[in-house]
Design a binder for this molecule. Sequence first.
Ligand SMILES: [Zn+2]
Length: 299
Amino acid sequence: MENLTVCPICGSGDFENYLTVRDYFFSEEEFSIVKCSGCGFKFTNPRPAKNEIEKYYNTNEYLSHDTEKNDPITLIYRTIRDINIRSKFNLVKRYSTGYNLLDIGCGTGEFIQYCEKNGYIVNGIEPNEKARKHALDNNGIPVFDESHLDDEQDAGKDVVTLWHVIEHVHDLNERMKQIHRLLKKEGTLIIAVPNNNSPDCRKYGRLWAAWDVPRHLYHFETSTMKHLAENYGFEIRKIIPMRWDAYYVSMLSEKYRKGKNDLWNAFWAGSWSNYKARKENLNYSSLVYIIKRKKSKNQ
Ligand SMILES: [Zn+2]
């Protein structure tokens, strides 16, 4: 385990314990989430070090969503995933200024495969070796490990995407620095993350599935994402809801609460969360941030 002594966003050394959360998905171990007194950023602390985290990813379970399993949960997962791929692609198309795309944390590569079919020049980065192999063997997409980022040329990318990925990255600041280097001046950074200020998070509390400790090292909300972006000369241009995530997160949260699936209640919880989120000025379960370089004053 490693213990962060300063906040990754503002550098303050002053945090308070915020919540203790169990890893319901896999290990059943408990982890602490702290909240920075300086900027309000919440992060898992202490956390498994980079070389310890792999055992908390049940890779076979992740990849099995893709195989011939046909139970209702897998079917729901797959349907949502396919809808998500199309809506992610539509966002890329709408907000990018060119066709050179880098997807960090691309998993088994379905999203970049879809983008490639639709005319994009794609590059995928994925730390998990099994996922990389799966991407190549099953989807015919070559995917590289993180060290490949260092070899990419400066200012070569029109768009960099991280779909539910940045909350998993140990070297958060290192990664932001790299992204800044790789993006063209007019390039677009697209970051999707769960929102710990959402109605479904408030409803489920420590049972909220998107805490997902210890795999989620950071727990963002709009104010802390804004702060992180500004640290690197970026600004948030637009925030877009991911409405399906409210249903998926509610489905898992109901399961954690009752020890079994309750699709009916999950459906109502997800719908309620989306309804509330709309009233609360885009406070949805998961948010997509469209980020660009800050315009200088004389522009
Ligand atoms: Zn802070």
